[in-house]
Design a protein around this ligand. Sequence first.
Ligand code: GLN
Length: 243
Amino acid sequence: MGMSSLRLVWIYPDLLSTYGDQGNALIVERRAQMRGIQVERIDVRSDQPVPTSGDIYLIGGGEDRPQRLAAERLRKDPGLGQAVARGATLLAVCAGYQIIGHEFVDDLDRVEPGLGLLDVKSGRGPVGRRCVGEVLADVEPTLGLPALSGFENHQGVTHLGPGVKPLARVTAGFGNGTEDGTEGAFAGRVIGTYMHGPVLSRNPALADLLLTWATGVPLTPLEDRWHEQLRAERLRAVRAASA
Ligand code: GLN
């Protein structure tokens, strides 16, 4: 796709946007523009249909009740599923990650069906344990990304099915919250992660991966000196605190 304009769809900012997840949209927008790619950003409220023609879709995290409401609406809207089926890129964070899987447990302790766009199932973690704090994780090598840094706050744990690979393996924090130490999952151009931060602000290389998938062309490198310095400081601090 020789791309002059990129359609960026931010799903349900009114229900799913905790810990500044909207920053993910700002980072994608900015890093595209810095390469001369124009961005048409479409914010889809939960009473609006999800367009099928987007190039990159973003979903954020949320509290348990808004998560249930968002899932109810998304299950009735074929837009996101159709977009993913024709190869659109999707990044879903925390509640969004749980929603795009096969099932999750809602605020009423019921198992809710998800959208089945990623082969994962989420349930509740052990009573009395909430996964809160800094996360550091080494990314699945084939993706070619530096370690991911993020912030997590979730009760849910996510089990990966055979149709996905773990996005990363935690060196600090909980990630998927399972014994295997994995964090997030991906298949094709769909990524789920527990990382807030916002994750794309903390990890610009992940934003560039989404942009590469969506545009199909190599991206001009950006001068990321300050970002790199901040990242290095944070990685050092988290490593020291978890040593
Ligand atoms: N409600 C979900 C959980 O606690 C997701 C939380 C979030 O998105 N921060 O597991």
